[in-house]
Unconditional design. Structure first.
Length: 139
């Protein structure tokens, strides 16, 4: 018996504003729910939280006037992958000790994602994270 492999993809550009970031986060959660990862499930909550951090960083640190950021979400049986691309080249994200009330976002991504990284592109960069949902827990 041949098993069916289900792969999903969602990609969209968003304005580089807090409103665009909020919409991106909500659409990530909605798509995951449509793809079988319920709103209140660990996979949806984990990837949505990672999305909130990455799109917030794109708006706060990757913003170039007149340029949007792009979000791409893919799901296959092995992993949920989130990619956030912006056009700012000179500011690459890095893990560092938090400073005051900020600087914890990438530490959170590091703790929640199974893998994450930064891929340069022209112009800008793509910050990506992968989560492998567990069949037993949904995360």
């Amino acid at each position: 018996m041949k098993s069916e492999i289900s792969t999903h993809e969602f990609s969209m550009r968003f304005t580089s504003t807090p409103r665009g970031a909020r919409l991106a986060r909500r659409l990530v959660s909605h798509r995951l729910h449509e793809w079988g990862h319920p709103y209140d499930g660990p996979a949806n909550q984990t990837v949505t939280l990672i999305a909130a951090e990455l799109v917030s960083n794109a708006v706060r640190h990757g913003h170039v006037p007149g340029r949007d950021f792009r979000l791409r979400l893919t799901a296959d049986p092995d992993a949920l992958r989130l990619e956030v691309s912006d056009t700012r080249t000179e500011r690459l994200p890095e893990l560092r000790a938090p400073c005051g009330e900020s600087g914890r976002g990438l530490m959170l991504v590091e703790a929640l994602a199974d893998k994450w990284g930064v891929t340069p592109r022209q112009p800008g960069k793509t910050v990506w994270a992968e989560v492998r949902p567990s069949p037993a827990t949904g995360r």
